[in-house]
Write a protein that binds this ligand. Sequence first.
Ligand code: SAM
Length: 292
Amino acid sequence: MTKDIATPLRTQEIMAKHGLTVKKSLGQNFLIDPNILRKIVGKANLTKQSAAIEVGPGIGALTEHLAREAGKVLAFEIDQRLLPVLEDTLSPYDNVSIIHSDILKADVEAAIKEELAGYEDIMVVANLPYYVTTPIILKLLLEKLPIKGLVVMLQKEVAERITAKPGTKAYGSLSIAIQYYTEAEMALTVPKSVFLPQPNVDSAVIRMIKRPQPLVEVIDEDFFFTVTRSSFAQRRKTILNNLQVGMPQGKEKKELILKALAEAEIDPTRRGETLSIEEFGHLANKLHAYFK
Ligand code: SAM
């Protein structure tokens, strides 16, 4: 087996060899601990029959662990300076394709068709750039790609919001959006010492496995997400008050909201954070009849 990229010494050697400095604006915090990489990859349950999609391979620390475990790795990297570095560091592996692109602009579905044909078991595994974690996760879920799930490192605070249960402080529209599509759980908490440079915030790894069907059947997904976002606009307000601001203008608005709440059997004085995702789904379907 080749020497790991993710040791402090080898990372420094690679960066010196290529005259590379980190770009903080691109969320570049490289992993320098092979143990944490083994743990992250272990959470993805990869085999040679599965494929991995990585967002932001950096200098290849996680990529090489994925290449050892999976049949194929497809990685998207925004920073052009890293392409020759990756070509060098990943030269021992013939099962990695790197696409130079901003993941938010990439046609991921087309790339999967082209690069991962024949793979049915596809996991996204990444140490995400922290300035853009939520948009990346939402893009990968909303585009309804043929992926089984995601194992990603991100800020601990966002990880807590994503995996939060009703009735907790961290529970909100982000928890609902992600848990509507996936079963999300905290997989690892990670010390700052495994990164170069060390990030300012604490980190965690979460695992999200896509549900065969979304958690609740809704008539209109966009409207469902509008209802959930509105319900948390001011956390201390009741669901009725938040919806009065969030629903479109119209005659008898308050009466119609109260009617929908009664039909969904939800007390109008409850706060958004006490409603389960199923309750939000039922409420959105009732409101849809009056406001769409
Ligand atoms: N995977 C490497 C590791 O664990 O050492 C690097 C992870 S670093 C936290 C994030 C990586 O994402 C960087 O390589 C950065 O250049 C890349 N990146 C940042 N924004 C991106 C975007 N919008 N699309 C694709 N890659 C991006």
